[in-house]
Design a binder for this molecule. Structure first.
Ligand code: 2HA
Ligand code: ZN
Length: 270
């Protein structure tokens, strides 16, 4: 018997389903591309006696500090487009066991052979970094936004400094919504420990959007919609950049002074 979900957890699942639709409609979620986790520890209360009814599923790569924390995560091979309709097949809620040697599957994961995302250790590393720093962000969202990825292949926009200048120069909102810019992680093998560690470093530098060179984007947000919006805003700037380039001309762009002025006027409060 799965746990009974509170209204707040239902809301989280609803938002994840909604964002899954957006990612699919945008063309950023081909096949089973991307994965997502939400730290819902504050929304899950279960007595030790009840917890025992959910046997521990062994897992490796879990750190002791994850123990007792609860997460909503996508399943391995899950399609973002299916989440809204089949949430309990595509998602699960797990609580890391007391000894961090595995997890209790509290809800969902109803599909045959279900396993949490293969990137679970990476997601937990990022979630732990957010939690330890007292961040309000609870969602870690990974997806494949076309135009942003394309810019990582072009020498004139590859690299943190060049990418952010190109994006900020396209439209004022890019600087307003992502004032610290996108953090840059050089190409690393998918699902590798190196990719996770480099991403955590970018989060520690207070980036809310992180570019994985020639692969995709990871964003954090207080909820799934917020994480999606940040990527959407930056991908819009990437579209504008490429639209200008398609005319055969180089875009004029906002000047560095204009971007600085926007930065000062709309400086983040956190
Ligand atoms: O989950 O996108 O980076 C599939 C991926 C891995
Ligand atoms: Zn990916």
């Amino acid at each position: 018997m799965p746990i009974t979900l509170s209204k707040s957890v239902h809301q989280v699942i609803h938002e994840v389903g909604e964002v899954g639709q957006y990612l699919w409609q945008k063309g950023w979620a081909e096949k089973n591309a991307g994965n997502l986790s939400v730290d819902i520890t504050d929304h899950i209360s279960i007595t030790p006696a009840n917890l025992k009814k959910f046997p521990i599923k062994p897992a490796t790569g879990l750190l002791p500090e994850f123990a007792g924390r609860s997460y909503l995560v996508t399943g391995t091979g899950t399609r973002y487009r299916d989440i809204q309709k089949y949430s309990s097949e595509c998602l699960c809620i797990l609580q890391i066991s007391r000894d961090a040697n595995g997890f209790h599957l509290l809800w969902g994961g109803k599909r045959e052979g279900f396993k949490p995302t293969s990137e679970l250790p990476s997601h937990l590393l990022m979630q732990n970094s957010l939690h330890q720093s007292g961040a309000k962000e609870k969602v870690v969202l990974h997806t494949h936004p076309n135009e942003l990825i394309a810019l990582t292949h072009l020498p004139e926009t590859a690299g943190e400094e060049k990418l952010n200048y190109a994006l900020w120069s396209m439209i004022p909102e890019a600087k307003i919504y992502v004032p610290r810019g996108i953090g840059w992680v050089p190409y690393r093998l998918t699902a590798s420990q190196e990719l996770a560690e480099e991403t955590v470093k970018a989060l520690e530098r207070k980036h809310k959007v992180v570019m994985w060179e020639k692969h995709g984007v990871l964003a954090v947000g207080k909820n799934a919609i917020e994480a999606f919006d940040l990527i959407d805003a930056m991908n819009k700037a990437a579209i504008l950049y490429l639209l200008c380039k398609q005319t055969g001309q180089t875009p004029q762009g906002l000047s560095r002074e204009q971007i600085d002025e926007i930065g000062k006027t709309f400086a983040p409060k956190d």
